[in-house]
Write a protein that binds this ligand. Structure first.
Ligand code: 26Q
Length: 739
C-alpha cells in the first residue's frame, strides 16, 4: 500500500551516471542545481519505515537486475504536511502531483475494473459451478507508471500506481433524471478511493474507505498480473512457476482471495489446483508485533463490500481450521489463536500465515519474537515457513547521494566507487582506524555537514544551531513505544542539572527532533507539544545559551532526513526492547558516521553485534527482561525515588514550561493505573542517563570519536538493501540476479 519515494530527480540522475552532467547543465543555464532539486516535491506515498523500505528495495531489485514491479495506489494526497502552530501539530493536505506527476506515465489502455458490493449467487451449468455477481459498483483502476532506474545498469523496473476513476462518462447531463444523483454518488465514491494515504503507522484504522483502498489495489494488480501472464504463456496452470507476490505487511493480504477468485471464477480451475497455485505464489513480510497493529476487519463490513471475497475467506478459514485440528488434536487454544475468523473479525495475519509459502520478520530479534510468541502456534505447525530477512537501506541514496564528502573519502580509501555495487567493500575503511589524517578528514566532513544543516535550519526557521555542540538527533514517526518522551524527560533532567551546576556542563548539546504523529493519536500529539514547550523555555533561558538547545523541526519527510542524517553525531534509537520490529533510520545514521545511543531492540541488536559495545552507547532492559518486569508487576513510582533528580524532572513536565500548558495527562500515563508506564521509560531512565554521560565523556576526544564513527561506517555494509534483497531473491523468490 506504500512506496515512500521522496524525490526522484537526483536519484535517477545518480543511477544513470548523469548527476554531474545535470549539475553542470543547470549551472550553465544560470540556475543553481541545488535550487532546481529543491523545487521537486517529495512523493510522500507512505507513512514511515515500511513505505520507505519498499522504495529502497525497488531501487535495489532494479540495480540487481531482478525482473520485478512495485504496485501501489496513486494517492492524490500523500502523507500530510505537518505545520507546528503554537507548538502543536497541524495537518495540511499534500497535493504532490502538481509537480510530481512529471515522473508518471498514464496507461489508460491497461485500465481494469474493480467491483464492490452487490450480491453473489452460485448456479450449476454443464456440471460446473458458476458465480453470478450482480448489482455491484464498478471502479476503474488506471495505471500511472513510474520508471525505476537501477545503478549502472540498463535494467529498469516499473512502479505501477493505480488511480481510481469512475467508469461512467463525466458528462452527467446525459443521465436520466432518476439516475443523476446515484451516478454522481458513484463517481464521487470511485474517485475518493485514491484520494488520500492513511497516515497512521502501527495504528490501523478499520474504516470502510481503507478496506476499499486495499481491495482496489490488489484486485487491479492481480488482474493485471494474471492478464500479462496469460498473454505470455496462454495458460494459468503454470502461474506459480513465474511469479512471487511479496506482500508488505497484511495491508495487501486480500490479494490472496482475489487470486483464488480469478482462478476459480474466471479461469474455471477447481479448488485444489487454484489453492495450490495461491499457496505457491504469496510470501508475507510482517513489520510489527504490537497487538493493536495486527490488522482485523469486521466480518459484516467485508461481507457487504466484498461479498465474493468474503465467501472465499470463509471457505479458506473452514479448511484451515480442519487442518489445524489435525495438527493440534484437542489443542483448543492453539487452534483458536490461529483462526482466521474470530470474534466477528477477519484476522489478516492469520490469513497470510495460512496461505503464504514464506513468512518473514525484519530483524533477528523480531523474527525470534514472531516464532516464539506472536505466531508461536503457526511456527509449531510449519516451522519451515518462518524466515528472517534483516532490513537494509539504499546506501547509494543514504550515503553516496546525500553525503558527497563522505562518498569522496570512501572512494579515496577503498580505491574506487566499488562499494556502490558491493557494500561490503566499506569494510576496507577499517584499515584507516589509526590514520590520523583520515580520521580528521572524517571529522571535517561531519563539521561541514553540520554547518550545511545549520544554514538550512536558519533559513527555514530563523533558529541558529550551535555548530560547536554535539548534534543529537531523534527523527522518526512519533509513537509512545519509540519513546521520544524518554528523550524529552532526560533533557528536562539535564536542564535542572545545568541550573544546579552551570559549569559541570562541559560539552554543549543540540537536541533535534523531527516526527509526525498520526492525526488521531492524542498522546503522540501531546508529546510533540511538550517537546516544543521545552524547546521554547530552553531558548529563553540565558543560562542555556551555548550549552543546551532543543529544536523540533516540522514536517519530517524523506528530503528532510537527507539533510539531517549526514549532520548527526548521535542517533537516538531508544524504543522499548521488543517493540521496534527493525528500524531503518538507525542504519542510515550509522552509514553516515553517527554513533547510536540505543536499546537492544530490532536491528539495533545486529548493529551492536557488528560494532561492539565500545562503538555505541547501549542502555536499557533487554526484550526478555522488559517482559518479565511487566509480568512481575512493575511499579514506576518506586523507580522515581531511586534516581536523583527524576522526581523534579517529572514534576517539571507535569506543571509545564512557562507557557501555561500543563502535561498532567502525560504524567498520569507514566505513573497511574495498572498500565502505568507501559513502555518502561522510568525503568530505563537511569541507564539512559548513564549512556548519555558516557557519550559526553567520549566526545571531547575527537580522534577517538572519529575512529568510532569510521568503524560504524566501515561495518554498515550489511545494512545495505542489496544484501537484504539478495536474501529475498535466494531464500524466498528463487530468482537469479546480477552477481
Ligand atoms: C493499517 C491499516 C489501516 C491504516 C493504516 C495501517 C498501517 C499503515 C502503515 C499500519 C502500519 C503502517 C506502517 C508500519 C511501519 O512503518 N512499520 C515499520 O516498518 C519498518 C520496516 O520494516 C520497520 O523498520 C519498523 O520497525 C516498523 O515500525
Amino acid at each position: 500500500m506504500e512506496f515512500l519515494l521522496g524525490r526522484s530527480l537526483l536519484k535517477n540522475a545518480f543511477n544513470l551516471g548523469l548527476a554531474e552532467a545535470l549539475r553542470g547543465a543547470a549551472e550553465e543555464l544560470g540556475f543553481s542545481a541545488a535550487d532546481l532539486m529543491e523545487a521537486e516535491p517529495d512523493a510522500g506515498l507512505g507513512s514511515g519505515g515500511l513505505g520507505r523500505l519498499a522504495a529502497c528495495y525497488l531501487e535495489s531489485m532494479t540495480t540487481l537486475e531482478i525482473p520485478a514491479a512495485g504496485y501501489s495506489i496513486c494517492y492524490e494526497l500523500g502523507i500530510f504536511r505537518q505545520k507546528i502552530v503554537n507548538g502543536q501539530q497541524l495537518e495540511l493536505a499534500d497535493p504532490w502531483l502538481e509537480a510530481g506527476e512529471a515522473w508518471l506515465v498514464a496507461r489508460p489502455d491497461e485500465a481494469v475494473q474493480v467491483r464492490f458490493g452487490g450480491t453473489v449467487t452460485g448456479y450449476w451449468e454443464n456440471g460446473r459451478h458458476n458465480i453470478r455477481h450482480e448489482g455491484y459498483v464498478s471502479v476503474l483502476a488506471v495505471p500511472r507508471d513510474m520508471m525505476v532506474a537501477g545503478f549502472a545498469t540498463g535494467h529498469t523496473n516499473l512502479l505501477r500506481l493505480w488511480e481510481a476513476r469512475s467508469p461512467h462518462p463525466s458528462d452527467l447531463s446525459l443521465y436520466a433524471a432518476g439516475q443523476y444523483l446515484r451516478a454522481v454518488e458513484h463517481q464521487v465514491m470511485a474517485e475518493t478511493i485514491s484520494k488520500v494515504l492513511y497516515p497512521a503507522d502501527s495504528h490501523p484504522e478499520g474504516k470502510a474507505l481503507r478496506l476499499r483502498q486495499q481491495y482496489f489495489l490488489v484486485s487491479a494488480t492481480v488482474q493485471h498480473i494474471v492478464r500479462t501472464h496469460k498473454a505470455r504463456y496462454g495458460t494459468v496452470h503454470n502461474f506459480q512457476e513465474a511469479h512471487v507476490i511479496q506482500i508488505n505487511d497484511t495491508h495487501p493480504a486480500l490479494a490472496i482471495p482475489e487470486l483464488l477468485r480469478i482462478l476459480l471464477d474466471e479461469e474455471g480451475l477447481g479448488w485444489d489446483e487454484a489453492w495450490n497455485i495461491v499457496t505457491h505464489t504469496f510470501a508475507y513480510t510482517n513489520h510489527t508485533v504490537l497487538p493493536e497493529a495486527l490488522e482485523c476487519w469486521p466480518q459484516p463490513l467485508m461481507e457487504r463490500l466484498l461479498p465474493r471475497i468474503w465467501q472465499l475467506i470463509r471457505e479458506i478459514s473452514g479448511r484451515y481450521q480442519a487442518g489445524l485440528e489435525r495438527c493440534f488434536p484437542g489443542g483448543g487454544h492453539k487452534v483458536r489463536e490461529l483462526a482466521i475468523l474470530w470474534g466477528g473479525q477477519v484476522r489478516m495475519a492469520n490469513l497470510c500465515i495460512c496461505a503464504c509459502f514464506a513468512v518473514n520478520g525484519v530483524s533477528a530479534l523480531h523474527t525470534d519474537i514472531l516464532r516464539r510468541e506472536v505466531f508461536h502456534a503457526a511456527f509449531l505447525c510449519t516451522p519451515e515457513k518462518f524466515k528472517c530477512v534483516t532490513n537494509g537501506v539504499d546506501h547509494r541514496r543514504w550515503l553516496a547521494q546525500i553525503n558527497p564528502g563522505l562518498d569522496a573519502l570512501v572512494r579515496d580509501c577503498t580505491g574506487t566507487g566499488d562499494y556502490l555495487l558491493r557494500p561490503q567493500a566499506l569494510e576496507a575503511l577499517e584499515r584507516y582506524q589509526n590514520d590520523a589524517g583520515v580520521l580528521s578528514r572524517l571529522g571535517d566532513i561531519k563539521a561541514g555537514n553540520k554547518l550545511a544543516l545549520r544554514d538550512y535550519v536558519l533559513r527555514e526557521t530563523g533558529i541558529a544551531l550551535n555548530p560547536e555542540a554535539v548534534f543529537d538527533v531523534q527523527a522518526k514517526r512519533l509513537h509512545e513505544y519509540k519513546r521520544q518522551l524518554l528523550n524529552a524527560l532526560h533533557i528536562t533532567w539535564l536542564y535542572h542539572r545545568l541550573h544546579d551546576e552551570p559549569n559541570g556542563f562541559s560539552v554543549p548539546r543540540v537536541f533535534l527532533f523531527a516526527a509526525k504523529a498520526a492525526p488521531g493519536y492524542t498522546a503522540a500529539k501531546e508529546i510533540i507539544r511538550l517537546i516544543c514547550s521545552l524547546a521554547a523555555q530552553i531558548s529563553r533561558d540565558p543560562l542555556c545559551r551555548g550549552r543546551l538547545q532543543v529544536v523540533f523541526l516540522e514536517n519530517y519527510r524523506v528530503s528532510l532526513a537527507e539533510r539531517l542524517i549526514p549532520a548527526a553525531e548521535l542517533s537516538e534509537q531508544i524504543s522499548t526492547a521488543g517493540k521496534e520490529a527493525s528500524g531503518t533510520g538507525n542504519m542510515k545514521f550509522m552509514m553516515n558516521g553517527a554513533l547510536t545511543i540505543g536499546t537492544l531492540d530490532g536491528s539495533n541488536v545486529e548493529l551492536h553485534s557488528r560494532v561492539g559495545g565500545e562503538n555505541m552507547f547501549l542502555f536499557g532492559l533487554h526484550a526478555d527482561e522488559s517482559k518479565r518486569l511487566r509480568q512481575q508487576g512493575y511499579r514506576p513510582r518506586d523507580v522515581c525515588g531511586r534516581v536523583p533528580g527524576l522526581r523534579e524532572a517529572l514534576d517539571h513536565i507535569s506543571s509545564g514550561f512557562g507557557d501555561g500548558v500543563r502535561y498532567d495527562a502525560l504524567l498520569s500515563r507514566l505513573l497511574d493505573g495498572p498500565d502505568a508506564d507501559e513502555y518502561l521509560l522510568l525503568a530505563d531512565f537511569d541507564s539512559y542517563r548513564a549512556a548519555h554521560a558516557r557519550a559526553m565523556d567520549a566526545y571531547p576526544d575527537k580522534e577517538r570519536w572519529n575512529r568510532m564513527a569510521l568503524l560504524n561506517i566501515a561495518r554498515s555494509g550489511v545494512f545495505a538493501a542489496d544484501r537484504s534483497v539478495r536474501e529475498y531473491a535466494r531464500e524466498i523468490w528463487g530468482v537469479p540476479m546480477r552477481e
